[in-house]
Design a protein around this ligand. Structure first.
Ligand SMILES: CC(C)(COP(=O)(O)OP(=O)(O)OC[C@H]1O[C@@H](n2cnc3c(N)ncnc32)[C@H](O)[C@@H]1OP(=O)(O)O)[C@@H](O)C(=O)NCCC(=O)NCCS
Length: 235
């Protein structure tokens, strides 16, 4: 277990950010946080597996907070081609307000939105960048959209990691048209695309607090792959 410097996060938030992945006892955390403080870290993420929750002693001492219980769902892809008649591939390189609104909705349970210690606007800046880099092809291989009356009302971004299968990044359906099957068709489009590319696994992350999304994935047939507790320590 060690303290790892996170360059991307540090540059993006303009503060020194590190991460500790806890895989042994909690006792070492105190020493590592002390060390982080001495080395001028301002924010440390602590990741633990689902069985390990930090005690109130360490949380109170360092004002640490559990900000995310992140679940990765996994599904094997069958060879059946599934219904996706309402879905189109998004082929433009620019984002628009409809997509941006949906990207923010996708991150409604994000720790970068829920943790109010980040400077105002950080979450929006991050999700805008994520969206831009997804449509430009840097962070996603495919973006699918659902349209109604010429308006984009749903979208999903998909990345293929050769060894690891397909991973969904962002997904959302506008509140006014939720529950009509568009979310299911967006995932169907991902499955069909992966199946056509001989990729047999699809993964998607969610927050356990996002009951609606979890129920949706479970109904679709996704199963738990792993769960990680994520804490933020502003030191
Ligand atoms: C999750 C989401 C993409 C699902 O899209 P959707 O178009 O509403 O989903 P579907 O209509 O295909 O729903 C399929 C199933 O999901 C479940 N579901 C969908 N909306 C639900 C809701 N509001 N409450 C409970 N279950 C819901 C239902 O089991 C539904 O099946 P049913 O209609 O037979 O009951 C959409 O709700 C959404 O955009 N949520 C906000 C953004 C978000 O949280 N994204 C996930 C980030 S991890």
């Amino acid at each position: 277990m060690k303290l790892e410097h996170l360059s991307w996060d540090s540059n993006f938030f303009d503060i020194k950010v590190g991460r500790i992945t806890l895989n042994c006892s909690e006792n070492d955390i105190q020493a590592l946080l002390e060390d982080a403080k001495n080395r001028n870290y301002q924010l440390v993420y602590v990741f633990t597996n689902k069985e390990t929750e930090l005690t109130s002693d360490v949380l109170n001492w360092w004002s640490g907070k559990l900000v995310d219980r992140k679940i990765i769902y996994k599904k094997d892809i069958s060879s059946n081609i599934k219904e996706e008649s309402l879905i189109l591939s998004y082929s433009r390189a620019e984002i628009n307000d409809e997509l941006l609104h949906l990207a923010y909705l996708s991150g409604q349970f994000s720790r970068f939105r829920l943790d109010k210690k980040f400077p105002e606007g950080s979450f929006e800046r991050m999700y805008k960048e994520w969206l831009k880099k997804s449509v430009s092809g840097e962070l996603a291989d495919k973006v699918f959209v659902a349209k109604e009356a010429g308006k984009i009302v749903g979208f999903v971004t998909l990345k293929i990691n050769k060894n690891n299968g397909g991973n969904i990044g962002l997904i959302a359906v506008d509140k006014n048209v939720q529950g009509k099957g568009l979310g299911t068709q967006l995932i169907n489009a991902c499955e069909n695309y992966l199946n056509n590319n001989f990729i047999k696994i699809l993964r998607v992350p969610a927050q356990l607090e996002n009951f609606q999304a979890c129920r949706f994935y479970e109904k679709y047939g996704f199963k738990e792959d792993n769960i990680t507790n994520i804490y933020h320590f502003w030191i």
